[in-house]
Design a protein around this ligand. Structure first.
Ligand SMILES: [Cu+2]
Length: 313
């Protein structure tokens, strides 16, 4: 093995001594730095143009997902470099020029045992933290608050089950109604509001087709299926506005049912509850899916094509 690594190092060293290789190396380094800079800019609660990497974690689940993802990247990187090194070695050392008479070796017990056992060990090493994380995500701690999320074509309904049935619809803000600072295709009229630090149990259901309630910063993605009540949870660690989208292709306006969750201090949440109960008691379920379809169609968005009309019929 040591001999093999020595040869690989020698081959790479020889290659780097050439001026052209040095120029290519410099270019690769610059690209890597650029990618790193772009990645650093992507740490926010919503997607960004040219984003690389994931959105910043805002819950303990997402923090663990991030850490696990980064661990896997290191393992993948090492495996890739090792395989690449072997391939370069074979290409150089056993080229027809240098090695005109091919070897007739067909079995090597030690190597065969190694290439079976080593991958198994790597997979087990990955599986253990993976299962731990899966159970951590799956088991809902004692909840401070329960929110029922219902997916419709093409909007969400939020119901605070333990707040006297407070319930409202959350619709996308149309392009023509956007106010300065609001995000196109992401902002909604009525966001889901939750207190910072509270454990929120989320129950997800659907009324027509399968949707999926997905907030990347929370590490939460739960399918909204008719006749099923799926459960998940999150605990937002810092105040802020978090954006997500339906991530189950659910029909023509799939791209127009974003999710906004606003995490506020407990005191502000209690104040919001009082106001919200008044506001939504007056007009329960004010917006309907059909008015949304009409509005989007009137806008002339891609979704307003003939396909949209066909889908409604
Ligand atoms: Cu959907």
């Amino acid at each position: 093995m040591a001999g093999l690594m020595k040869s690989v190092i020698q081959v790479v060293g020889d290659a780097l001594r050439r001026p052209q290789a040095r120029r290519i190396g410099l270019a690769l380094l610059l690209v890597a730095l650029g990618v790193a800079a772009l990645g650093a800019g992507a740490w926010a609660n919503e997607p960004h143009p040219w984003q690389l990497g994931m959105q910043a974690p805002a819950t303990p689940v997402k923090e663990r997902l991030h850490a696990f993802h980064n661990e896997l990247l290191i393992i993948i990187f090492c495996i890739s470099i090792f395989v690449l090194g072997l391939m370069v070695y074979v290409i150089v050392r056993f080229s027809a020029k240098r090695h005109p008479v091919p070897t007739r070796t067909s079995h090597n017990t030690v190597i065969e045992v190694l290439w079976t056992v080593v991958p198994v060990v790597i997979l087990v090493a990955i599986a253990i933290p993976s299962f731990k994380l899966m159970y951590y995500m799956d088991e809902i701690p004692k909840a401070d608050l329960t929110v029922k999320v219902t997916g419709h074509q093409w909007y969400w309904t939020y119901e605070y089950s333990d707040q006297a049935g407070l319930s409202f619809d959350s619709n996308i803000i149309q392009d023509k109604d956007l106010k300065p600072g609001q995000k196109r295709l992401l902002d909604v009229d009525n966001p889901l509001v939750v207190p910072v630090g509270a454990t929120v149990r989320v129950q997800v259901a659907g009324t027509d087709v399968i949707h999926s309630w997905y907030v990347p910063s929370f590490g939460v993605q739960e399918y909204a299926v008719v006749g099923r009540l799926n459960e998940t949870w999150f605990q937002v660690e810092r105040p802020g506005t978090y954006y997500g989208e339906c991530n189950q292709i659910c029909g023509v306006n799939h791209a127009f049912m974003p999710i906004v969750v606003t995490a506020v201090a407990k005191g502000d949440f209690d104040k919001w509850l009082v106001d919200a109960k008044k506001k939504f008691a007056a007009a329960p379920g004010a917006a309907s899916g059909n008015t949304l379809v009409a509005a989007v169609a009137a806008d002339g968005k891609p979704a307003a094509s003939d396909a949209a009309a066909g889908n409604r019929e």
